[in-house]
Design a protein around this ligand. Sequence first.
Ligand code: URA
Length: 189
Amino acid sequence: MDSWDALKTECSSCRACPLCEGRHNLVFGVGNEQADLMFIGEGPGEQEDLQGVPFVGPAGKLLDSMLEMIDLDRSMIYIANMVKCRPPNNRDPQGAEIAACRSWLDRQISLVDPKLIVCLGRISATALIREDFRITREHGRWFDLGSRRILATFHPSALLRDPSRRPEAFMDLREIRKEYRALKSSHNL
Ligand code: URA
Protein backbone atom coordinates (compact mmCIF):
# COMPACT_ATOMS: atom_id res chain seq x y z
CA MET A 1 0.00 0.00 0.00
CA ASP A 2 1.44 3.37 -1.02
CA SER A 3 1.32 6.30 1.39
CA TRP A 4 1.83 10.05 1.16
CA ASP A 5 4.70 9.84 3.64
CA ALA A 6 6.54 7.22 1.58
CA LEU A 7 5.91 9.10 -1.65
CA LYS A 8 7.03 12.48 -0.30
CA THR A 9 10.17 11.03 1.27
CA GLU A 10 11.20 9.13 -1.86
CA CYS A 11 10.38 12.01 -4.19
CA SER A 12 12.26 14.60 -2.13
CA SER A 13 15.61 12.97 -2.92
CA CYS A 14 14.88 12.23 -6.60
CA ARG A 15 17.87 12.45 -8.96
CA ALA A 16 16.27 10.59 -11.86
CA CYS A 17 16.97 13.33 -14.43
CA PRO A 18 19.38 16.27 -14.86
CA LEU A 19 16.75 18.82 -13.74
CA CYS A 20 17.64 17.94 -10.14
CA GLU A 21 21.04 19.65 -10.62
CA GLY A 22 19.55 23.12 -10.88
CA ARG A 23 16.77 22.98 -8.33
CA HIS A 24 16.53 25.08 -5.18
CA ASN A 25 13.48 23.10 -4.13
CA LEU A 26 11.64 20.16 -5.52
CA VAL A 27 8.02 21.21 -6.11
CA PHE A 28 5.94 18.23 -5.06
CA GLY A 29 2.30 19.32 -5.02
CA VAL A 30 -0.18 21.17 -2.87
CA GLY A 31 -3.80 21.15 -1.80
CA ASN A 32 -6.40 18.71 -0.64
CA GLU A 33 -5.00 15.19 -0.70
CA GLN A 34 -8.52 13.76 -0.94
CA ALA A 35 -9.80 16.15 -3.62
CA ASP A 36 -12.28 15.07 -6.28
CA LEU A 37 -10.63 17.51 -8.67
CA MET A 38 -6.93 17.65 -9.53
CA PHE A 39 -5.14 20.24 -11.69
CA ILE A 40 -1.92 19.28 -13.46
CA GLY A 41 0.47 21.88 -14.85
CA GLU A 42 3.78 21.67 -16.59
CA GLY A 43 6.69 22.34 -14.29
CA PRO A 44 7.90 24.83 -11.70
CA GLY A 45 8.95 28.34 -12.70
CA GLU A 46 11.31 30.62 -10.81
CA GLN A 47 9.05 31.45 -7.88
CA GLU A 48 7.87 27.85 -7.51
CA ASP A 49 11.49 26.66 -7.46
CA LEU A 50 12.35 29.21 -4.76
CA GLN A 51 9.30 28.48 -2.61
CA GLY A 52 8.80 24.76 -3.27
CA VAL A 53 5.09 25.26 -4.02
CA PRO A 54 3.33 24.96 -7.41
CA PHE A 55 1.74 27.97 -9.09
CA VAL A 56 2.86 30.78 -6.79
CA GLY A 57 4.29 33.09 -9.48
CA PRO A 58 2.33 35.24 -11.98
CA ALA A 59 0.63 32.20 -13.58
CA GLY A 60 -0.35 31.03 -10.11
CA LYS A 61 -2.01 34.34 -9.31
CA LEU A 62 -4.08 33.98 -12.46
CA LEU A 63 -4.87 30.36 -11.60
CA ASP A 64 -6.16 31.50 -8.19
CA SER A 65 -8.48 34.03 -9.90
CA MET A 66 -9.65 31.36 -12.35
CA LEU A 67 -10.49 29.07 -9.44
CA GLU A 68 -12.32 31.85 -7.64
CA MET A 69 -14.46 32.49 -10.73
CA ILE A 70 -15.86 28.99 -10.38
CA ASP A 71 -16.21 29.02 -6.59
CA LEU A 72 -13.12 26.89 -5.96
CA ASP A 73 -9.97 27.48 -3.97
CA ARG A 74 -6.76 25.61 -3.29
CA SER A 75 -8.19 23.87 -0.25
CA MET A 76 -10.74 22.09 -2.48
CA ILE A 77 -8.40 20.77 -5.17
CA TYR A 78 -4.98 19.18 -5.51
CA ILE A 79 -2.35 20.80 -7.76
CA ALA A 80 0.73 19.09 -9.19
CA ASN A 81 3.02 19.39 -12.19
CA MET A 82 4.31 16.95 -14.80
CA VAL A 83 7.87 17.62 -13.63
CA LYS A 84 8.83 18.45 -10.08
CA CYS A 85 12.04 20.40 -10.78
CA ARG A 86 12.37 23.66 -12.69
CA PRO A 87 13.51 23.38 -16.31
CA PRO A 88 16.28 25.94 -16.98
CA ASN A 89 15.01 29.34 -18.18
CA ASN A 90 11.45 28.04 -18.00
CA ARG A 91 11.84 25.98 -21.16
CA ASP A 92 9.32 23.19 -21.79
CA PRO A 93 10.17 19.98 -19.96
CA GLN A 94 11.58 17.40 -22.38
CA GLY A 95 10.07 13.98 -23.03
CA ALA A 96 12.82 12.16 -21.10
CA GLU A 97 12.36 14.48 -18.10
CA ILE A 98 8.58 13.96 -18.14
CA ALA A 99 9.11 10.19 -18.37
CA ALA A 100 11.62 10.21 -15.50
CA CYS A 101 9.18 12.13 -13.32
CA ARG A 102 6.04 10.30 -14.37
CA SER A 103 5.86 7.70 -11.61
CA TRP A 104 5.71 10.44 -8.93
CA LEU A 105 2.70 11.96 -10.64
CA ASP A 106 1.03 8.59 -11.19
CA ARG A 107 1.42 7.84 -7.49
CA GLN A 108 0.00 11.26 -6.58
CA ILE A 109 -3.00 10.61 -8.83
CA SER A 110 -3.54 7.18 -7.27
CA LEU A 111 -3.36 8.56 -3.73
CA VAL A 112 -5.61 11.58 -4.36
CA ASP A 113 -7.92 9.40 -6.46
CA PRO A 114 -9.67 12.38 -8.08
CA LYS A 115 -12.76 11.79 -10.20
CA LEU A 116 -11.88 14.75 -12.40
CA ILE A 117 -8.51 15.92 -13.74
CA VAL A 118 -7.82 19.24 -15.44
CA CYS A 119 -4.71 19.57 -17.59
CA LEU A 120 -3.31 23.09 -17.64
CA GLY A 121 -1.79 23.46 -21.09
CA ARG A 122 -0.35 21.34 -23.83
CA ILE A 123 2.42 19.59 -21.93
CA SER A 124 0.15 17.79 -19.48
CA ALA A 125 -2.61 17.28 -22.07
CA THR A 126 -0.28 15.55 -24.53
CA ALA A 127 1.22 13.43 -21.75
CA LEU A 128 -2.06 12.44 -20.11
CA ILE A 129 -4.78 12.56 -22.77
CA ARG A 130 -3.21 11.89 -26.17
CA GLU A 131 0.19 12.50 -27.68
CA ASP A 132 -1.27 14.55 -30.54
CA PHE A 133 -3.76 16.47 -28.38
CA ARG A 134 -4.40 19.99 -29.71
CA ILE A 135 -5.39 22.45 -27.00
CA THR A 136 -6.76 25.02 -29.43
CA ARG A 137 -9.18 22.49 -30.92
CA GLU A 138 -9.93 20.13 -28.08
CA HIS A 139 -9.90 22.27 -24.93
CA GLY A 140 -12.99 22.17 -22.75
CA ARG A 141 -14.01 18.59 -23.60
CA TRP A 142 -14.06 15.69 -21.19
CA PHE A 143 -12.28 12.45 -22.05
CA ASP A 144 -12.29 9.17 -20.15
CA LEU A 145 -9.11 8.18 -18.35
CA GLY A 146 -9.92 4.84 -16.80
CA SER A 147 -12.46 5.58 -14.09
CA ARG A 148 -11.69 9.30 -14.19
CA ARG A 149 -12.65 12.12 -16.53
CA ILE A 150 -10.03 14.48 -17.87
CA LEU A 151 -10.25 17.86 -19.60
CA ALA A 152 -7.60 20.27 -20.83
CA THR A 153 -7.69 24.04 -20.84
CA PHE A 154 -5.23 26.81 -21.62
CA HIS A 155 -2.26 27.18 -19.31
CA PRO A 156 -2.52 30.39 -17.24
CA SER A 157 0.89 31.47 -18.63
CA ALA A 158 -0.56 31.19 -22.14
CA LEU A 159 -3.50 33.35 -21.04
CA LEU A 160 -1.08 35.95 -19.68
CA ARG A 161 0.74 35.98 -23.02
CA ASP A 162 -2.44 35.94 -25.13
CA PRO A 163 -5.45 37.40 -23.28
CA SER A 164 -7.63 36.91 -26.40
CA ARG A 165 -7.97 33.26 -25.30
CA ARG A 166 -9.57 34.20 -21.99
CA PRO A 167 -13.22 33.97 -23.11
CA GLU A 168 -12.61 30.39 -24.31
CA ALA A 169 -10.82 29.56 -21.06
CA PHE A 170 -13.80 30.97 -19.17
CA MET A 171 -16.13 28.60 -21.01
CA ASP A 172 -13.84 25.71 -20.01
CA LEU A 173 -13.98 26.86 -16.39
CA ARG A 174 -17.76 26.87 -16.51
CA GLU A 175 -17.68 23.33 -17.87
CA ILE A 176 -15.38 22.28 -15.00
CA ARG A 177 -17.72 23.89 -12.46
CA LYS A 178 -20.73 22.14 -14.02
CA GLU A 179 -19.10 18.71 -13.85
CA TYR A 180 -17.75 19.29 -10.34
CA ARG A 181 -21.15 20.38 -9.04
CA ALA A 182 -22.83 17.38 -10.66
CA LEU A 183 -20.30 15.11 -9.00
CA LYS A 184 -20.78 16.72 -5.60
CA SER A 185 -24.57 16.57 -5.83
CA SER A 186 -24.44 12.89 -6.84
CA HIS A 187 -22.33 12.24 -3.70
CA ASN A 188 -25.04 13.82 -1.59
CA LEU A 189 -27.88 11.72 -3.00
N1 URA B 1 3.63 26.73 -14.49
C1 URA B 1 3.36 25.44 -14.24
O1 URA B 1 3.02 24.69 -15.13
N2 URA B 1 3.46 25.01 -13.00
C2 URA B 1 3.80 25.79 -11.98
O2 URA B 1 3.86 25.30 -10.85
C3 URA B 1 4.07 27.14 -12.26
C4 URA B 1 3.98 27.60 -13.52
